[in-house]
Design a protein around this ligand. Sequence first.
Ligand SMILES: [Zn+2]
Ligand SMILES: [Zn+2]
Ligand SMILES: [Zn+2]
Ligand SMILES: [Zn+2]
Ligand SMILES: [Zn+2]
Ligand SMILES: [Zn+2]
Length: 235
Amino acid sequence: MANNTNYEYVNETSIEPEFICIVCSSPFIDPLRTPCHHSFCRRCITKWIFGGNSSCPICRKHIGSINSLAQATHSVKNFVEYLPVKCTLCETTNIRRRDFHEHIEKTCPKVHVSCSAADIKCPWKGTRDQLANHESKCTFEPLRSTLSELINENQQLKERINDQHDTIVQLMIQLSNYTNTSIECNNCRNCFYLEKDNRNTAGYYRAYANSQSTYENDGSLNLIVSVELCTCHCH
Ligand SMILES: [Zn+2]
Ligand SMILES: [Zn+2]
Ligand SMILES: [Zn+2]
Ligand SMILES: [Zn+2]
Ligand SMILES: [Zn+2]
Ligand SMILES: [Zn+2]
């Protein structure tokens, strides 16, 4: 049966039935044993029991709960771990199944990997056998210190923008409390109503951070807020 890993068994048809899970028709993965001494993949038997079955898929004896399952015997577990498999990505064959994960993580030439400069935004992706060639001409790695500085600054800038946004929202809440009105417009929620006073005519206003706002050398924000009449015609 198909599995979603990238290997297939060498001579799968010659594997003794005692090492094959009857539920998925493949050699056991992490096998567990029922009280009636039948073994199944952990995943298969767990799914079977959670699916509402309480009897053994082979002999129909009562299993009970998940708690009555035990580890399969060492000989069964070792046998399936040492089964030879073939990598379907690179066609390398006779890898022991238990070493397959390491094959994919460390050596398989056809696995898709990222550049070692992915952390500084090199977008390259390719197979491992193309990696050395890419890294020899990667344009990101030589700029590592500059790029990480830029990325860091960009991150700080984003945080400042968030701070600035919070400040404006706080300010508008204070203003709307001060004028004793709620923010009423559903289309432009940033608007608030101001009564007429000696500076303003009555109406809906919106606040925004003026582009003359500056950052001090210590990184603190010198926020200049402008308030202007809302011109959206929806009030
Ligand atoms: Zn199974
Ligand atoms: Zn059984
Ligand atoms: Zn491979
Ligand atoms: Zn690169
Ligand atoms: Zn509006
Ligand atoms: Zn408005």
